[in-house]
Design a binder for this molecule. Structure first.
Ligand code: FEO
Length: 397
């Protein structure tokens, strides 16, 4: 990627990863970027590095602006390997004794990843460092989304380098929000739903804290995707909304099927929901990736999950989805379980156990049907859909 000057003397020298399609279990259909930002001041500073495989490309990009050996220090906002994997190669090229600034937890975690060679220098939360005409302030953002995470803020330019926060897995030609347009919000939403949802309460606190500090934010530069330069308030507002976990009158119907009986049940439940006026999104697991399902769950009031019983348990794809969803901690949802079975039929109850673990209010009992549903059974599925819609309207299971 050609370096892009995002503000006077500040360059994005990061890289695009066109080909990645699986980011630790999250489908990245449009690839991603690993952004890194070069601040050219009296002390030349690089904010974040890139994935190990792209370290030489990062160095080549920096070389298009200045000799990488001129870099005086590196700031590592986050240890995860997509941003720090290239650090050893980078430091070897620019000088291994040069300081790498990080949070106190970052020091510990970078040490655990890379051993001794890096000259790690922890910075205190709120500490400020002068680069020349600019100064940086470091803000710890623990658990957003690793214990080591921090933001770096350029006081004079009012630019926030936000690490993963406000990012998107998107590797288009565009570099800024005004170039990418409204379409980028879907990528930001998917990113939030799959990376940050479980930290929603902490995000609300962080937004309050930053608001109370009165930091002007003219531009937000995340480490993935586009830079928010025209309307950074838009993504901050979206984060506040998503973190409050506000839901719409919408149900996501997720299912898998063995011999089409659970599929027929799902279709009838969708009809029931639709007939009762709820918005409904059918998402068969053979057609939708778990990460796209979570994106829809983000604002869904009801999560309706169907599974046939296989070997006395939940169908594996459904179990995968429930495990993934549980980790991301959606709150205040209504759950409803259904499924066809042959002789034992444990799946529905096991789905309900998963709902309980997620503190979902459950529309109970779940709907179990033996073998192939006939006309009467299909009518009961439509009725189940209507009952879910009623629970949604009342906001309860
Ligand atoms: Fe983009 Fe948490 O790494």
């Amino acid at each position: 990627m050609q370096p892009v000057q995002i503000a006077e003397g500040i360059w994005d020298v990061g890289v695009r990863d066109w080909s990645i399609r699986d980011f630790h279990g999250y489908s990245t259909d449009q690839g991603t970027t690993y952004n890194a930002f070069l601040i050219v001041d009296e002390k030349i500073t690089l904010i974040d590095a890139v994935k190990k495989e792209f370290a030489d490309q990062l160095l080549a990009n920096i070389a298009r602006v200045l000799d990488p050996k001129r870099i005086d220090m590196v700031v590592s906002n986050h240890t995860e390997m997509d941003h720090s994997g290239g650090l050893p190669r980078l430091m070897h090229a620019i000088g291994e004794t040069k300081p790498v600034l990080c949070s106190a937890m970052g020091e510990k975690h970078l040490r655990l990843h890379f051993g001794a060679p890096l000259n790690l220098q922890p910075v205190q939360n709120g500490a400020t460092m002068r680069l020349g005409k600019r100064s940086l302030t470091f803000l710890e953002t623990r658990m957003l989304h690793w214990p080591d995470s921090m933001f770096t803020y350029v006081n004079e330019d009012q630019i926030l380098f936000s690490s993963d926060a406000f990012g998107q897995h998107y590797a288009g030609q565009e570099k800024f929000d005004d170039q990418a347009g409204e379409a980028i919000m879907a990528f930001a939403q998917k990113y939030f739903a799959n990376i940050l949802l479980l930290y929603a309460p902490l995000i609300l606190k962080l937004i309050d804290k930053v608001t109370a500090m009165g930091l002007g934010i003219r531009m937000i530069c995340p480490d993935h995707g586009i830079v928010w330069r025209t309307d950074p308030g838009k993504i901050i507002s979206a984060y506040a909304r998503w973190s409050r976990q506000e839901t719409a009158n919408k149900a996501v119907v997720v299912y898998d099927t063995m011999w089409n009986s659970t599929r027929q049940m799902a279709e009838a439940i969708v009809e029931g929901l639709d007939g009762a006026g709820a918005a409904v999104k059918p998402m068969p697991l053979r057609a939708f990736h778990r990460s796209d399902i979570m994106t829809e769950v983000l604002d869904a009031r009801a999560v309706v999950v169907g599974s046939p019983t296989l070997n006395n348990g939940i169908f594996p794809t459904v179990a995968d989805l429930l495990c993934y969803m549980k980790g991301l901690k959606p709150l205040n949802r209504i759950g409803a379980a259904f499924g066809s079975y042959g002789w034992s039929g444990e799946a529905v109850k096991q789905i309900e156990v998963a709902f309980k673990e997620m503190n979902f209010k459950t529309v109970s009992p779940g709907l179990r049907l033996q073998y192939v549903p006939g006309a009467e059974a299909i009518a009961s599925c439509r009725d189940f859909g209507r009952r879910i819609a009623e629970a949604m309207a009342q906001g309860q299971g």
